[in-house]
Design a protein. Structure first.
Length: 179
């Protein structure tokens, strides 16, 4: 294995450990030293690849952001198909959803140009895809409730098998939206 291959393998191990630890404990509760211990490296070695810790979070978030853009760019035959796809996305990226919602948070009051602003805009786009451009008050409430159920459900059930979470949350989100 070449040095470049070893560096890429080390980065991958660090990212995997960080993703798992962030999902278990939350972003703020995990230090570079914790990640280093999980992969059998020194804190200095982890910092060489990812310093500051925000760079690590950004690399973990990037694939989810790409998938979310693809989701928002897709056409759906109706709200059931959209909610099924959104829930599958959320379950697939539940560690990232937790990182974004519980740890980075503050999207509603985030300043222009900040990561929180991007999170807020993604949320608005998801809402528009589900509720439509001019929803009634009842549809607004049901859309936010359905999206919030998925968000909260994936974050609070990281210990439950993904297929169970996806099936149950899809049914719940559809039921909420159709209520």
């Amino acid at each position: 294995m070449t040095t470049l291959d070893q560096g890429n393998a080390t980065r991958s191990r660090i990212l995997a450990a960080a993703r798992e630890l962030f999902a278990e404990r939350g972003y703020a509760a995990v230090s570079l030293a914790d990640i280093a211990a999980a992969v059998g490296l020194t804190k200095t070695a982890v910092a060489y690849h990812f310093h500051p810790k925000d760079r690590l979070a950004a690399e973990i978030i990037a694939p989810a952001a790409d998938d979310l853009l693809a989701l928002l760019g897709s056409e759906f035959s109706g709200h059931r198909e959209f909610l099924r796809s959104f829930t599958a996305f959320a379950v697939r990226h539940r560690a990232v959803i937790r990182l974004l919602t519980e740890d980075i948070g503050g999207a509603d009051s985030a300043p222009p140009g900040s990561p929180g602003e991007a999170i807020r805009e993604f949320g608005r786009e998801l809402f528009l895809r589900l509720a439509g451009p001019d929803p009634s008050p009842g549809t607004r409430v049901r859309a936010w409730a359905a999206l919030g159920a998925v968000q909260s459900g994936v974050v609070k059930t990281t210990d439950v098998p993904a297929e169970v979470v996806e099936e149950t949350l899809t049914a719940a989100a559809v039921a909420v939206f159709e209520s």
